[in-house]
Write a protein that binds this ligand. Structure first.
Ligand code: NAD
Length: 247
């Protein structure tokens, strides 16, 4: 579905991002995965090589919040691969702090990684995509971007912002043949969720009509569809992948 395409996936070293990298590789894309540190990038690349030593994948760990560094890294990618067809803004952190104890610096940290990073990467990717005649930008939002959550308001605030960026860039960049969409996952079994004890998981699952939490591959498959030509008339969409969970 992505034969010959070049993709960048931020937060590609584990969880949803890692599953997306693997799904994209299995569907014929060349992938540059971004992580936060050299060690986690190396670990992800090693795991991929063990799966298939011929996967066309490389790893980098730029500071996503640093405009100049992102400019440089996207210029390097263009130089090396000649094009950039897909960007997945997936790196993200969450928080559960109560408003009364919420430090401004922590609120800003969430906004920086979850929103500013997506802005920086989208800007540099869009320049390349416009020049080559089109491309796809995808964002990982969250079900909390629809319902909010009862603590850690910075996280849903950042995901509401991501939805705003998605819908606005879809309108702004449509004329340049750049599609912009988001997936909004429900609770997904990444490391953090997998580590939760049964007594926390069971009541959570009881609120999900499909009777299970999501797997990273469920989200990766949605990101595959949206990146592919099968979604050629889909832009500005926030696709819920949450088993119809209600907050
Ligand atoms: P994860 O913690 O398993 O992975 C997060 C990724 O982000 C990692 O690859 C990490 O390297 C990267 N990252 C973290 N801090 C970084 C930094 N400072 N600089 C660069 N990269 C950094 O998380 P996940 O559950 O796979 O989440 C991926 C995305 O999905 C996030 O945007 C998250 O908000 C969203 N999401 C997750 C769930 C869930 O239940 N897991 C639900 C809804 C939305």
């Amino acid at each position: 579905m992505l034969k010959g395409k070049v993709a960048v996936v931020t937060g590609g070293t584990r969880g949803i991002g890692f599953a997306t990298v693997k799904t994209y590789l299995d569907n014929g894309a060349k992938v540059v995965l971004f992580g936060s540190r050299q060690e986690t990038v190396d670990k992800a690349l090693k795991e991929l090589m063990e799966e298939n030593k011929d996967y066309p994948v490389k790893g980098m760990h730029p500071d996503l919040t640093n405009e100049e560094e992102i400019k440089k890294v996207f210029a390097e990618i263009k130089e090396e691969f000649g094009s950039l067809d897909i960007l997945v803004n997936n790196a993200g952190i969450s928080a559960r702090d109560s408003l009364y104890d919420y430090k401004l610096s922590d609120f800003e940290k969430i906004m920086d990684l979850n929103v500013v990073a997506a802005f920086n990467c989208s800007k540099e990717a869009a320049k390349i995509m416009k020049e080559q005649g089109g491309g796809v930008i995808l964002n990982t939002s969250s079900m909390v971007s629809i319902y909010g959550q009862s603590a850690g308001s910075g996280y849903p605030a950042s995901k509401f912002a991501i939805n705003g960026l998605t819908k606005s860039l879809a309108r702004e960049l449509g004329r340049d043949n750049i599609r912009v969409n988001a997936v909004a996952p429900g609770v997904t079994k990444t490391d953090m969720v997998a580590a939760l004890p049964d007594e926390m998981i069971k009541p959570l699952i009881a609120t999900i009509p499909l009777g299970r939490v999501g797997e990273p591959e469920d989200i990766a498959n949605a990101l595959l569809f949206l990146a592919s030509d099968m979604a050629s008339y889909v832009t500005g969409a926030i696709l819920s992948v949450d088993g119809a969970a209600m907050s």
